[in-house]
Design a protein around this ligand. Structure first.
Ligand code: SAM
Length: 220
Protein backbone atom coordinates (compact mmCIF):
# COMPACT_ATOMS: atom_id res chain seq x y z
CA UNK A 1 0.00 0.00 0.00
CA UNK A 2 2.82 2.40 0.88
CA UNK A 3 4.57 2.03 -2.49
CA UNK A 4 1.25 1.97 -4.35
CA UNK A 5 0.16 5.15 -2.58
CA UNK A 6 3.39 7.00 -3.35
CA UNK A 7 3.27 5.95 -7.02
CA UNK A 8 -0.41 6.90 -7.26
CA UNK A 9 -0.14 10.34 -5.64
CA UNK A 10 3.16 10.97 -7.42
CA UNK A 11 1.58 10.28 -10.82
CA UNK A 12 -1.55 12.32 -10.16
CA UNK A 13 -0.02 15.18 -8.13
CA UNK A 14 -1.21 18.00 -10.43
CA UNK A 15 -4.75 16.66 -10.80
CA UNK A 16 -4.96 15.93 -7.08
CA UNK A 17 -3.81 19.47 -6.34
CA UNK A 18 -6.60 20.87 -8.48
CA UNK A 19 -9.22 18.76 -6.69
CA UNK A 20 -7.67 19.53 -3.30
CA UNK A 21 -8.01 23.28 -3.80
CA UNK A 22 -10.90 23.79 -6.24
CA UNK A 23 -13.57 21.18 -5.36
CA UNK A 24 -16.73 23.13 -4.41
CA UNK A 25 -16.90 23.54 -0.62
CA UNK A 26 -13.33 22.41 0.00
CA UNK A 27 -12.00 25.86 0.93
CA UNK A 28 -14.61 26.26 3.69
CA UNK A 29 -13.85 22.72 4.92
CA UNK A 30 -10.11 23.39 5.09
CA UNK A 31 -10.77 26.63 6.98
CA UNK A 32 -12.97 24.69 9.47
CA UNK A 33 -10.19 22.13 9.94
CA UNK A 34 -7.61 24.85 10.57
CA UNK A 35 -9.98 26.63 13.00
CA UNK A 36 -10.50 23.34 14.89
CA UNK A 37 -6.74 23.26 15.59
CA UNK A 38 -7.33 26.28 17.91
CA UNK A 39 -4.08 27.93 16.87
CA UNK A 40 -2.74 31.21 18.26
CA UNK A 41 -0.12 33.49 16.69
CA UNK A 42 3.33 32.05 17.35
CA UNK A 43 2.13 28.43 17.62
CA UNK A 44 3.66 25.38 15.91
CA UNK A 45 1.44 23.08 13.86
CA UNK A 46 2.25 19.88 11.95
CA UNK A 47 0.18 18.44 9.12
CA UNK A 48 0.59 14.68 8.64
CA UNK A 49 0.21 13.62 4.99
CA UNK A 50 0.03 17.23 3.77
CA UNK A 51 -0.14 16.24 0.07
CA UNK A 52 0.14 19.25 -2.23
CA UNK A 53 -0.13 21.63 0.73
CA UNK A 54 -3.70 22.87 0.34
CA UNK A 55 -4.09 23.31 4.15
CA UNK A 56 -0.77 25.01 4.76
CA UNK A 57 -1.77 28.62 3.84
CA UNK A 58 -4.68 28.41 6.34
CA UNK A 59 -2.22 27.43 9.06
CA UNK A 60 0.17 30.23 8.09
CA UNK A 61 -2.67 32.75 8.49
CA UNK A 62 -3.48 31.37 11.96
CA UNK A 63 0.06 31.24 13.40
CA UNK A 64 1.35 34.37 11.65
CA UNK A 65 4.96 35.18 10.77
CA UNK A 66 6.26 34.23 14.23
CA UNK A 67 4.73 30.72 14.23
CA UNK A 68 5.89 27.52 12.54
CA UNK A 69 4.04 25.35 10.04
CA UNK A 70 5.37 21.91 9.08
CA UNK A 71 3.90 19.65 6.41
CA UNK A 72 5.01 16.00 6.22
CA UNK A 73 4.33 13.62 3.35
CA UNK A 74 6.13 10.59 1.90
CA UNK A 75 5.38 11.32 -1.79
CA UNK A 76 8.04 13.52 -3.42
CA UNK A 77 6.02 15.01 -6.34
CA UNK A 78 3.17 16.23 -4.11
CA UNK A 79 5.72 17.86 -1.82
CA UNK A 80 7.23 19.73 -4.77
CA UNK A 81 3.81 21.26 -5.37
CA UNK A 82 3.43 22.05 -1.65
CA UNK A 83 6.82 23.81 -1.73
CA UNK A 84 5.76 25.91 -4.75
CA UNK A 85 2.53 26.92 -3.02
CA UNK A 86 4.26 28.02 0.18
CA UNK A 87 7.58 29.35 -1.20
CA UNK A 88 6.64 32.89 -0.16
CA UNK A 89 6.65 31.96 3.56
CA UNK A 90 9.92 31.29 5.35
CA UNK A 91 8.19 29.74 8.36
CA UNK A 92 6.34 27.03 6.37
CA UNK A 93 8.44 23.88 6.03
CA UNK A 94 7.65 20.89 3.88
CA UNK A 95 9.46 17.68 4.82
CA UNK A 96 9.53 14.25 3.21
CA UNK A 97 8.85 11.56 5.78
CA UNK A 98 6.49 8.98 7.18
CA UNK A 99 3.53 10.38 9.11
CA UNK A 100 3.58 7.30 11.35
CA UNK A 101 7.18 8.10 12.41
CA UNK A 102 7.36 11.89 12.04
CA UNK A 103 10.86 13.22 11.28
CA UNK A 104 10.36 16.13 13.71
CA UNK A 105 10.15 16.22 17.49
CA UNK A 106 7.25 17.40 19.64
CA UNK A 107 5.56 18.72 21.58
CA UNK A 108 3.71 20.98 19.15
CA UNK A 109 0.48 22.90 19.52
CA UNK A 110 -1.56 20.96 16.97
CA UNK A 111 -1.56 18.11 14.48
CA UNK A 112 -3.94 17.92 11.53
CA UNK A 113 -4.48 14.99 9.17
CA UNK A 114 -7.01 15.43 6.35
CA UNK A 115 -7.95 12.40 4.21
CA UNK A 116 -4.92 10.42 5.39
CA UNK A 117 -5.76 7.92 8.15
CA UNK A 118 -7.79 5.76 5.74
CA UNK A 119 -4.47 4.97 4.03
CA UNK A 120 -2.70 3.76 7.18
CA UNK A 121 -2.59 0.07 8.15
CA UNK A 122 -2.91 0.92 11.86
CA UNK A 123 -4.83 4.20 11.96
CA UNK A 124 -5.73 4.01 15.68
CA UNK A 125 -2.08 3.42 16.59
CA UNK A 126 -0.97 6.38 14.45
CA UNK A 127 -3.55 8.67 16.05
CA UNK A 128 -2.50 7.57 19.55
CA UNK A 129 1.10 8.38 18.64
CA UNK A 130 0.02 11.81 17.36
CA UNK A 131 -1.80 12.53 20.63
CA UNK A 132 1.47 11.80 22.49
CA UNK A 133 3.40 13.88 19.95
CA UNK A 134 1.31 17.03 20.56
CA UNK A 135 1.21 16.44 24.31
CA UNK A 136 -1.19 17.61 26.98
CA UNK A 137 -3.26 20.67 26.05
CA UNK A 138 -2.45 20.39 22.31
CA UNK A 139 -5.04 19.61 19.64
CA UNK A 140 -5.36 16.80 17.11
CA UNK A 141 -7.83 17.22 14.26
CA UNK A 142 -8.90 14.54 11.79
CA UNK A 143 -10.94 15.08 8.62
CA UNK A 144 -12.03 12.06 6.59
CA UNK A 145 -14.60 10.83 4.13
CA UNK A 146 -16.56 7.65 4.86
CA UNK A 147 -19.99 6.28 3.97
CA UNK A 148 -22.88 8.50 5.04
CA UNK A 149 -25.44 7.23 7.58
CA UNK A 150 -28.13 9.79 6.67
CA UNK A 151 -31.60 8.62 5.51
CA UNK A 152 -30.80 9.63 1.92
CA UNK A 153 -27.47 7.77 1.99
CA UNK A 154 -27.96 5.03 -0.72
CA UNK A 155 -27.27 7.21 -3.81
CA UNK A 156 -24.66 9.24 -1.92
CA UNK A 157 -22.86 6.06 -0.84
CA UNK A 158 -23.07 4.52 -4.32
CA UNK A 159 -21.25 7.55 -5.70
CA UNK A 160 -18.81 7.51 -2.78
CA UNK A 161 -18.07 3.82 -3.42
CA UNK A 162 -17.30 4.51 -7.12
CA UNK A 163 -15.00 7.42 -6.23
CA UNK A 164 -13.25 5.32 -3.56
CA UNK A 165 -12.59 2.41 -5.94
CA UNK A 166 -11.25 4.78 -8.61
CA UNK A 167 -9.01 6.59 -6.15
CA UNK A 168 -7.73 3.56 -4.22
CA UNK A 169 -4.35 2.40 -5.49
CA UNK A 170 -3.96 0.19 -7.44
CA UNK A 171 -6.87 1.61 -9.46
CA UNK A 172 -6.54 -1.23 -11.98
CA UNK A 173 -7.76 -3.78 -9.40
CA UNK A 174 -11.43 -4.55 -9.94
CA UNK A 175 -12.11 -7.09 -7.18
CA UNK A 176 -11.10 -6.73 -3.55
CA UNK A 177 -11.29 -9.27 -0.71
CA UNK A 178 -12.64 -6.48 1.48
CA UNK A 179 -14.56 -3.72 -0.30
CA UNK A 180 -12.42 -0.56 -0.18
CA UNK A 181 -15.30 1.50 1.20
CA UNK A 182 -15.84 -0.95 4.09
CA UNK A 183 -12.12 -1.02 4.86
CA UNK A 184 -12.01 2.78 4.68
CA UNK A 185 -15.03 3.12 7.02
CA UNK A 186 -13.37 0.82 9.59
CA UNK A 187 -10.03 2.62 9.50
CA UNK A 188 -11.69 5.99 9.87
CA UNK A 189 -13.91 4.80 12.72
CA UNK A 190 -10.89 3.38 14.58
CA UNK A 191 -8.89 6.57 14.04
CA UNK A 192 -11.65 8.94 15.23
CA UNK A 193 -12.42 6.65 18.21
CA UNK A 194 -8.73 6.71 19.21
CA UNK A 195 -8.79 10.51 19.16
CA UNK A 196 -11.95 10.62 21.32
CA UNK A 197 -10.39 8.22 23.84
CA UNK A 198 -7.29 10.38 24.26
CA UNK A 199 -9.02 13.77 24.39
CA UNK A 200 -10.63 15.59 27.30
CA UNK A 201 -12.70 17.83 25.02
CA UNK A 202 -14.03 16.73 21.64
CA UNK A 203 -15.85 18.52 18.82
CA UNK A 204 -17.37 16.51 16.00
CA UNK A 205 -19.19 17.67 12.89
CA UNK A 206 -20.19 16.25 9.51
CA UNK A 207 -20.20 17.89 6.08
CA UNK A 208 -21.02 17.05 2.44
CA UNK A 209 -24.23 15.00 2.97
CA UNK A 210 -22.78 13.19 5.99
CA UNK A 211 -19.77 11.86 4.08
CA UNK A 212 -17.05 14.08 5.55
CA UNK A 213 -16.36 13.86 9.31
CA UNK A 214 -14.31 16.34 11.25
CA UNK A 215 -13.24 15.42 14.78
CA UNK A 216 -11.10 17.73 16.87
CA UNK A 217 -9.79 16.83 20.30
CA UNK A 218 -7.88 18.65 23.03
CA UNK A 219 -5.43 16.13 24.39
CA UNK A 220 -5.79 15.22 28.06
C1 SAM B 1 -5.71 11.95 -0.03
S1 SAM B 1 -4.14 12.71 0.10
C2 SAM B 1 -4.52 14.05 1.23
C3 SAM B 1 -3.54 15.17 1.14
C4 SAM B 1 -3.88 16.40 2.01
N1 SAM B 1 -3.92 16.06 3.41
C5 SAM B 1 -5.16 17.03 1.58
O1 SAM B 1 -6.08 17.17 2.38
O2 SAM B 1 -5.26 17.45 0.42
C6 SAM B 1 -3.25 11.60 1.14
C7 SAM B 1 -1.79 11.98 1.28
O3 SAM B 1 -1.25 11.25 2.37
C8 SAM B 1 0.06 10.86 2.04
N2 SAM B 1 0.40 9.72 2.92
C9 SAM B 1 -0.27 8.56 3.06
N3 SAM B 1 0.32 7.78 3.99
C10 SAM B 1 1.39 8.47 4.44
C11 SAM B 1 2.40 8.20 5.40
N4 SAM B 1 2.43 7.05 6.08
N5 SAM B 1 3.36 9.12 5.60
C12 SAM B 1 3.34 10.29 4.91
N6 SAM B 1 2.42 10.61 3.98
C13 SAM B 1 1.45 9.71 3.75
C14 SAM B 1 0.02 10.57 0.55
O4 SAM B 1 1.30 10.67 -0.04
C15 SAM B 1 -0.92 11.68 0.06
O5 SAM B 1 -0.22 12.83 -0.32
Amino acid sequence: MTEDAQAFYGRWARLYDLLARKTPGIVALRQRAADACRLEPGDTVVEMGCGTGANLPFFRSAVGPEGTVIGIDFTAPVLERARELTAQYDNVHVIRGDATAPPVSGPVDAVLATFVVGMLSNPAGAVEDWTKFVGSGGHVVLVNAARSDRWYSPPVNALFHAITVLSTPPTTKLRYETAPTRRLDERIRHAHDALRENADAVAHETHVLGVVRLTGGRIA
